[in-house]
Design a protein around this ligand. Structure first.
Ligand SMILES: [Zn+2]
Length: 332
């Protein structure tokens, strides 16, 4: 049994309370590789932002859970080395699919877990979430639950269509499960293809796809039911068009990739939404930088040569999100 406290990590409790009160959101960046971890830490130290480093089931399979945990511990020490005396870093399990997975993460140093029972019937989602909350709280670990289903594909989580969260269920769900935060479905979506062209309109000037707006009326209704309760948005990459264009220019093929416009996320961040998940944008930044580097330097074969610009591109993206979308800067 390794407690996250021994690793220098924090849970989300205080962080979320401050974010809800302050009208900003904490960045939740997924990571699988050392370069992503370094970029996340550099960005959070430079902007003085608390940060959630999150690990999906796919990341655990790719990188190995033990390595990821030591990387999170390394992230804390690296942040101190970069001049942040008291970093606030959460190691969070993204889309935990069973009590056993959540327990194994809690037992090995995670400070926060998500139990995603959103695909289950309502009562089963409550029972599973409650079981995880009881174990987690006994170890001072915070729990994110999900109500409503997001469309899209993310690692092994996928759904053909979304089902918006029903505001009339949130009080019952939050009270009976005891969860610390709630991921809701208001029209965000997993992956780099959040919407089909048929769901979007086209900008007559640029020809680019314009996605349907988020359901702010549902968010508002949820906030009224649960004043001050921390709300989480998944699938909130904006799929920056410059990265998509770079990828396509240098041999990639991502036609009609589309994300959530940043001004909508900024509006959400100023509400009870206190955690915004961003994964695809990091993948796009990394891939764009690597494709460009190879196209311009066909003789390079040292991974450090192409991973350096990839890391820099991810860091720039993280800094941009913190400063211009989430507003979590200058909080350390
Ligand atoms: Zn998600």
């Amino acid at each position: 049994m390794v407690s996250y406290k021994e690793l220098g990590l924090v849970n989300t409790k205080e962080m979320f309370a401050k974010a809800v009160k302050g009208g900003y959101a904490i960045p939740a960046f997924n990571f699988n590789t050392m370069e992503q971890m370094q970029a996340i830490v550099q960005a959070s130290v430079e902007t003085k932002s608390p940060v959630i480093m999150q690990v999906s089931k796919g990341a655990r399979k790719y990188a190995n859970p033990t390595i990821l945990r030591y990387m999170a511990q390394g992230a804390v020490e690296y942040a101190k080395e970069l001049g942040c005396p008291a970093p606030q870093i959460v190691l969070h399990l993204d889309h935990g699919d069973s009590f056993e997975t959540c327990k194994s993460c809690i037992d090995t140093g995670f400070s926060s877990v998500m139990i995603d029972g959103s695909h289950l019937p309502y009562e089963e989602n409550i029972a599973l979430t409650k079981k995880v909350v009881e174990y987690a709280h006994a170890h001072d670990v915070t729990v994110e639950a999900e109500l409503g289903v997001l469309a899209g594909v993310e690692d092994e989580v996928s759904a053909a269509e979304s089902h918006y969260t029903k505001p009339e269920e949130v009080i019952d769900f939050a009270t009976r499960t005891g969860c610390d935060s709630l991921a809701i479905s208001i029209g965000t979506s997993h992956g780099a293809y959040k919407f089909t062209p048929a769901q979007c309109t086209r900008d007559p000037e640029t020809g680019k796809l314009v996605p349907p707006p988020l359901a702010f009326d549902i968010l508002k209704a949820i906030e009224e039911k649960l004043p001050g309760f921390p709300i989480v948005l998944h699938g909130s990459s904006s799929v920056p068009q410059d990265h998509v264009d770079t990828i396509n220019k240098f041999g990639g093929k991502l036609p009609d990739a589309v994300g959530i416009p940043e001004e909508q996320l900024r509006k959400a961040a100023s509400s009870a939404v206190c955690k915004i998940n961003i994964d695809s944008d990091s993948r796009l930044a990394m891939t764009a930088a690597i494709r460009q580097h190879f196209a311009e330097n066909p003789g390079h074969f040292d991974p450090r040569q192409y991973l350096t610009p990839a890391r820099d591109a991810m860091k720039a993206m993280y800094v941009h999100k913190i400063l211009n979308v989430l507003g979590s800067n200058d909080k350390l």
